[in-house]
Design a binder for this molecule. Structure first.
Ligand code: SAH
Length: 321
């Protein structure tokens, strides 16, 4: 369903067309950097620590995160080995400018062994989904053929839906959840294997429905027109992702609404500090950008945050009041 997306990220100019959290406000990455430094302490300060980001886009989140974390936790910074997973050569060349010295991989399966902390913002929604439709005679799967949808008979998907309903399955996301679950469950030599944080949009519980969306020039567009020229995304099925990670032995925290998560971690305090000493217009602009991340009609409610972690860790920051 989303083969065209790799082409879009490779050739298009994704970040002129929609703004992600880190591109809206620097506090997004800064807060995640402080979160990462705290979680490193919770993990028993492994050194070296693999700090991994999946789909880093322009590299803004990681740049902001490392700047904030180095100020409060220089030992954390010096323990890090940075690993970035990116398929787009164009975005990778932007990341090389902001994040010199990182290692790049085209696939998360290439990440080396060792204690790991992983961040992924708006990565899962870009992975291809399959859509199954419940018809009176049984299940079909929907495919793109030329510039239209066609349906072919299919086996029943893992979840049910009322007649005419669509069940979406994101196999690459489930494969990732399973692999992280296994990796984080296997303690070796007393080291905590890892924690991963996913920020993305979608409902907290699996729900039938067609969530495939195309954005062209920042506006909703026909997903079938001009393949490769629009950004294709789908809601993330957090419930299915969590179930898979748990089944393989990891613990899952959340999902919690992004607004709640960032507020608990001190978003408004950071915004205040950032605005201090600026002109009133500048301070108002900084505050407005920060609010977009947490307001219910901005990104505060539809966006969710979920952590997949090694079992028996103390509660992770942001997930408990
Ligand atoms: N995290 C960034 C960018 C989000 S856009 C931000 O918040 O601004 C999605 C990112 O995932 C892009 O960098 C895109 O090139 C990358 N991507 C998409 N599919 C991928 C895949 N299968 N493997 C690795 N990276 C992928």
């Amino acid at each position: 369903m989303q083969r065209a997306n790799a082409r879009y990220y490779a050739t298009g100019e994704p970040f002129r067309e929609f703004a992600t959290g880190p591109e809206i406000s620097q506090v997004f990455g800064e807060i995640l950097g402080l979160w990462a430094a705290t979680v490193w302490e919770v993990m028993g300060r492994p050194d070296p620590l693999l700090l991994v980001e999946l789909g880093p886009g322009r590299g803004t989140l990681m740049r902001d995160a490392l700047r904030a974390a180095s100020q409060v936790a220089p030992n954390f910074r010096s323990a890090l080995a940075l690993h970035l997973v990116e398929t787009s050569p164009k975005l990778r060349s932007l990341q090389e400018v902001l994040l010199p010295g990182a290692a790049w991989h085209a696939d998360w399966r290439e990440i080396p062994d060792g204690p790991m902390l992983l961040l992924a913002n708006e990565f899962l929604d870009a992975l291809p989904i399959r859509q199954f439709i419940r018809r009176p005679g049984g299940w079909t799967e929907r495919f793109v053929f030329g510039q239209r949808f066609v349906e072919r008979p299919a086996a029943a998907p893992p979840r049910d839906a009322p007649e005419g309903g669509i069940v979406e399955v994101c196999e690459p996301a489930l494969a990732l959840a399973g692999a992280l679950g296994e990796r984080f469950a296997a303690t070796r030599g007393g080291l905590i294997p890892g924690v991963a944080l996913f920020l993305d949009y979608g409902p907290a519980a699996s729900a039938p429905g067609d969530s495939l969306q195309a954005l062209r020039d920042g506006r909703p567009a026909d997903p079938l027109a001009d393949p490769g020229t629009a950004d294709l995304t789908a809601h993330v099925d957090f419930q299915a992702f969590a179930a898979m990670a748990r089944a393989r032995g990891a613990e899952v925290s959340g999902p919690v609404a992004q607004g709640l998560f960032l507020t608990r971690l001190g978003l408004f305090q950071r915004l205040d500090r950032l605005a201090r000493g600026r002109s009133p217009a500048m301070a108002a602009a900084l505050l407005a950008a920060g609010r977009r991340l947490v307001e219910p009609d901005g990104m505060g409610r539809l966006f969710k945050v979920m952590a997949v972690a090694s079992p028996n860790l103390p509660p992770l920051p942001g997930f408990a009041p």
